[in-house]
Design a protein around this ligand. Sequence first.
Ligand SMILES: NC(=O)c1ccc[n+]([C@@H]2O[C@H](COP(=O)([O-])OP(=O)(O)OC[C@H]3O[C@@H](n4cnc5c(N)ncnc54)[C@H](OP(=O)(O)O)[C@@H]3O)[C@@H](O)[C@H]2O)c1
Length: 337
Amino acid sequence: MPTTRTTVLFRRTPDGLPKLDDFEIVKDTLPPLADGQILIENRFLSLDPYMRMQMGGGWTYSGTSLKPGDVMVGRILGAVIETKNPEYKIGDHVVGRLGWRTHAISNGNDLDFKIQQKSGVPLSAYLGACGSNGVTAWVGLKVVGAVKPTDTVLVSAAAGSVGSAVGQIAKDMGCKAYGIAGGAEKCRIVSEEFGFDGCVDYKSNDWPERLHAMCPDGFDVYFDNVGGEMLDNVMAQMKRDGRIPVCGVLSEYNAAGEPYGIRNGRLLFDKSLRLQGFVLNSYRDKWDEARAELVSLIGAGKLKYLETIANGIDLAPAAFIGMLEGKNLGKQLVRLS
Ligand SMILES: NC(=O)c1ccc[n+]([C@@H]2O[C@H](COP(=O)([O-])OP(=O)(O)OC[C@H]3O[C@@H](n4cnc5c(N)ncnc54)[C@H](OP(=O)(O)O)[C@@H]3O)[C@@H](O)[C@H]2O)c1
């Protein structure tokens, strides 16, 4: 059994985009297991934008920020390699929020689920397309967005892990699905590989006009991953009684100074729009149902996904920074062993 592990710690709150020395990589010695504990060898680490919020410099939806010296928060997928807990056997694969580290000790209470791997679904997908990202897309669209098969759906950060799942789930239901993403290549992938009906590049100045030209009748559901000015622009293109599940505010995670103030707020009234933020943890009762459906969509080839994988825990900080800059395609992971 291993006696040492590598861990990434939070060192200080970044000024804007994080830098490598905002993190610290340390080694420590694993203590022996107590009764009820398991030792997990982590295989993949999921990197997610919310971690930037946890690094402070502002508010967090969970109410707490990391303190210098804390282990970086994050979900891992790992294999049980030693067990003193009868509910887990060696070789079980588990997912849980155990942080940026190569090995973790758990009593099971901090795990999300034990993987019952289905054929045709690679392990790594249980952190992305049928993990928390896919489940977020499913909950935001079906529960918060109350999407109907006749709806026209728009999603921002459409080439990302959540965004690409949103459009494909919507298409599977019979909806029309459009995306907003950064750059021509990402837009091509969203349309051609993920099968959306169209995608606009928000890095072109006239993207609101292009969005209107692409879908002149407007949108019933806007799955908002970005917030800020993009949300303002899209509100003007919503249909009456439209719904806007607010999943994240990517435009604000690294922003310094005063946050952008929404200008089109009166459209909520004019068009009877419903704007509702949501956090996945509030919908635990839906996780199993969502995951089962996502697994079957993947198996049927109806939910495609891309992964960007960094190799080795030492590269986790650089991969995380790259994801915040939009260098990832689909789910950003770190392979740990
Ligand atoms: N509510 C919840 O419980 C919950 C759970 C999971 C995730 N989320 C949220 O879901 C959203 C997507 O997360 P994800 O894990 O799937 O990440 P992701 O989309 O795979 O990766 C982040 C992407 O954000 C885009 N981006 C970065 N800065 C941006 C900006 N200023 N404006 C527009 N786009 C920007 C980049 O793509 P481009 O190259 O296209 O810019 C980047 O690739 C995030 O807002 C995240 O916080 C929420």
